[in-house]
Design a protein around this ligand. Structure first.
Ligand code: GA4
Length: 332
């Protein structure tokens, strides 16, 4: 942990740093139009819980339009942005992540994807809420369509009879999905003082089923490999990066890995990312799919609802192993 003495830097003295790591060129790249996509997706989810998606069919204009509007929001004077906060957990947040003391070099807007909840929160765009709201909705329409396809390829690849076993949870009107715009401002002075890279968003796994990230061309995203090393993901503003979330790990009885990841801030360039987190309805009971449980293995997890898991996540710290509470111990 960095402890800085300069008074101006005091509020940031708890933000952690870490040593830079090299760019990793072996991230699996899946072409959504490839006839072998489903097999490659399964392999990537088992090995990394993470892959890059190309030829995804989402028009670039949807991304650039939203990125432009997000930039204008984050460029507003601080008191204006603060009118959209503090997050409850939805709304504008600055440096504080979640309710339990996590901090990072990041400001963000967290939105629910349900149109009614979304519209309550987008009234914060005093200048033109309608333009922002429709840019978010258009973007989400494209990203959701693509995510359903990816989830259906996963079910196919796992030879599950009903192709929609995962996608139906996101297609449901009650789906508890959310959308996050993260802005990591550059921080040259702080970076020079600390000698390392500032943590923008600390290490964690995503609680939901699947996360779909698009960022500008600034580096920062790192994933944790099974062998125990952090690697830096080369950015690509034309592609999406897909993360397996905790719920998908449970539904596949541990066959897929919920990937641990974090984001470092860049000293000179601002990083902007937009992430769709696909979650099930709150009342959905989560358990491994029967066909994915080896005969004598049984479920590795206790059954729980998404509401229970989400509530428990909000009592945790970012880096906690949240699934730990729901794992079965010997004899259970
Ligand atoms: C991580 C993934 C998503 O960004 C998020 C985050 C949420 C928040 O920022 O409100 C959490 C975090 C995330 C997991 C543990 C809890 C909840 C902050 C935090 C410390 C929106 C989510 O669903 O879980």
């Amino acid at each position: 942990m960095v402890v800085l003495s300069q008074p101006a830097l005091q509020p940031f003295s708890v933000i952690k740093t870490c040593k830079p790591v090299g760019l990793f060129s072996e991230i699996p790249v899946i072409d959504l139009t490839d006839p072998h996509a489903k097999t490659l997706i399964i392999k990537a989810c088992e090995e990394f819980g993470f892959f890059k998606l190309v030829n995804h069919g989402v028009p670039m204009e949807l991304m650039t339009k939203l990125e432009g509007l997000a930039n204008s929001f984050f460029n507003l004077p601080q008191p204006e942005k603060d009118k959209a906060g503090p997050p409850d957990p939805y709304g504008y947040g600055n440096k504080k992540i979640g309710p339990n003391g996590d901090v990072g070099w990041v400001e963000y807007l967290l939105l629910h994807t349900n149109p009614q909840i979304l519209s309550q929160k987008t009234s914060i765009f005093q200048e033109n809420p309608q333009i922002f709201r429709s840019a978010v909705e258009d973007y989400l329409l494209g990203v959701k369509r693509m995510t359903f396809e990816v989830l259906e390829l996963m079910a196919d690849g796992l030879e599950i009879e009903s192709r929609n076993v995962f996608s139906r949870l996101l297609r449901d009107d009650e789906s508890d999905s959310c959308f996050r715009l993260n802005h990591y401002p550059p921080c040259p002075e702080l970076q020079a003082l600390t000698g390392g890279n500032l943590i923008g968003f600390g290490e964690h796994t995503d609680p939901q089923i699947i996360s779909v990230l698009r960022s500008n061309n600034t580096t920062g995203l790192q994933i944790y490999l099974k062998e125990g090393t952090w690697v830096s993901v080369p950015p690509d503003q034309t592609s999406f990066f897909i993360n397996v979330g905790d719920i998908l790990q449970v539904m596949t009885n541990g066959r897929f890995t919920s990937v641990k990841h974090r984001v470092l801030a860049d000293p000179l360039k601002s990083r902007m990312s937009m992430i769709f987190f696909g979650g099930p309805p709150l009342s959905e009971k989560i358990a491994p799919l029967p066909s994915l449980m080896a005969e004598r293995e049984g479920s590795l997890y206790k059954e729980f609802t998404w509401f229970e898991y989400k509530s428990s996540a909000y009592t945790s710290r970012l880096a906690d192993h949240r699934l730990g509470l729901f794992e079965k111990t010997a004899g259970q």
